[in-house]
Design a protein around this ligand. Structure first.
Ligand code: ADP
Ligand code: MG
Length: 423
């Protein structure tokens, strides 16, 4: 893992940036997208909107983009989120002009740029990591694009210095990339991308090589800088937490197209498809049956659901419920089994700070299962085939005594996030 200590051993002789990234950095920096005024690090005037219309791009039999349509409002930060190989980088490269779509249109500020070369699009890019020129100081890295634009040396040094200040690295101007931590290097890369005053900022997994703490900090810094500058931004990541916490809107991609584009809380709470529900966060799948009036019977309760009609479902369904909507209460020995909800037994409890994740085996619900990215930690848990499993995220202060082995009653609060066809 990347450490964040300056000049860490093993970084000194690290190879330079990959050739392709190197070329991309140079191309993106090489021509003016517009005049670069000295000392302008304030909010952008006239931020531009972006439209991707039905973009398609195949590599042999692989459809990397399969009809991607996406709009980004002026000044907005949209995060493209999706599993590895779903086409995120291809989308970003198409927007940057490094990849020519087979068909479809790209508009920036209302102008069709589909045929415009990368170096005329005025976009700043930050890649995963280690894309700095290793033989240039931090200051010269940031000044690189300005030099290509023939900005006079004094002005360009002054501006590069300002940009380094902006990312909190004023004191590191003279250091070389190998003398900087991973987080510092990515700050320099960000400053370099912003130095040319791009109309659009493109970030491709810029934090994924950093360790968790630095990642979280830099996430906040990038977000606040982006808002302050008001620069239209496309941020690509496979990390749902990153996407949810940074973006104005999150676009969840699958197999080259967009499944859902909405504000983070909508994507999480009102996902449009089961794929989105399970990719973004953890969900319980519980067997249920659709009842009248957009309600579903599940765990002996009746819960409201949204837009059942639109999904064309009827009868037996899976009901998708977030862990925080699962209520677990102890059942005293010998208590009657009647009442809402279903009975089960706590099988595991993991403390996570503010919440504690409680896993409950449900002997009466053989089809209950947990899915989603957060479910990897559940893989080692075996239930016999006749039992289902549900997870609940309980506020730790309200946990009480839910030790493994405790008999509990499980009920569902709120509505189901989604109903889906039985799988
Ligand atoms: P992501 O960034 O979401 O991980 P990519 O956009 O990099 O996905 O890739 C999408 C799909 O296109 C993958 O199946 C990938 O292997 C394929 N692909 C991407 N670039 C190329 C290329 N230059 N040549 C061949 N296949 C490619
Ligand atoms: Mg990628």
């Amino acid at each position: 893992m990347a450490d964040d200590t300056a000049g860490g051993a093993g970084k000194v002789d690290r190879a330079g940036p990959a050739g392709e990234v190197d070329a991309a950095v140079e191309a993106a920096l090489s021509e003016p997208g517009g005049p670069v005024a000295p000392g302008s690090t304030g909010p952008m005037d006239g931020a531009v909107g972006i439209e991707m219309r039905d973009l398609r791009r195949s590599y042999g039999a692989v459809r990397a983009l399969d009809g991607l349509t996406l709009t980004i409002s002026p000044g907005e930060l949209v995060a493209l989120l999706g599993p590895s190989g779903c086409g995120k980088t291809t989308a970003l490269r198409a927007l940057a002009g490094f990849e020519r779509p087979d068909s479809g249109q790209l508009l920036v500020g209302g102008v069709d740029v589909t045929g415009v070369p990368a170096n005329k699009r005025g976009m700043g890019m930050v890649f995963q990591a280690y894309s700095l020129f290793p033989n240039l100081t931090a200051l010269d890295n940031v000044a690189f694009g300005l030099r290509l634009r023939r900005m006079p040396a004094r002005r360009r040094r002054a501006r590069a210095g300002e940009l380094l200040e902006l990312v909190g690295l004023g004191a590191q101007a003279g250091q070389y990339p190998h003398q900087l931590s991973g987080g510092q290097q990515q700050r320099v890369a960000l400053a370099r991308a912003l130095a040319i005053e791009p109309r659009v900022l493109l970030l491709d997994e810029p934090l994924s090589a950093l360790d968790a703490q630095v990642r979280a900090q830099l996430r906040d810094e990038i977000r606040s800088l982006q808002s302050r500058l008001g620069i239209t931004t496309l941020f690509v990541t496979h990390d749902q937490e990153e996407a949810l916490s940074m973006a104005d809107r999150v676009g969840v991609m699958r197999s080259g197209r967009l499944e859902h584009l909405a504000a983070p809380e909508i994507v999480y709470g009102w996902p449009e498809t089961p794929f989105v529900a399970e990719f973004v966060g953890t969900v319980n799948r519980l067997p249920g049956r659709l009842a009248g009036g957009d309600t579903v019977e599940v765990t002996g309760q009746r819960l409201p659901v949204l837009e059942v009609g639109a999904q064309g479902l009827a009868g037996d369904v899976d009901v998708l419920v977030r862990p925080e909507a699962v209520v677990v209460s102890p059942v005293p020995d010998g208590a009657p089994a009647a009442g809402p909800g279903v009975l089960g037994k706590v099988v595991q409890r993991s403390f996570r700070g503010a919440t504690t994740r409680v896993q409950v085996e449900l002997p009466g619900l053989a089809r209950a299962a947990v899915g989603g990215r957060g479910s990897a930690e559940l893989a080692d848990l075996a239930t016999d085939d006749a039992s289902g499993l549900v997870v609940a995220d309980v506020p730790t202060i309200a946990l009480g005594d839910l030790a493994p082995g405790t008999q509990v009653r499980v009920t569902l609060a709120e509505r189901a996030v989604l109903v889906s066809a039985r799988i």
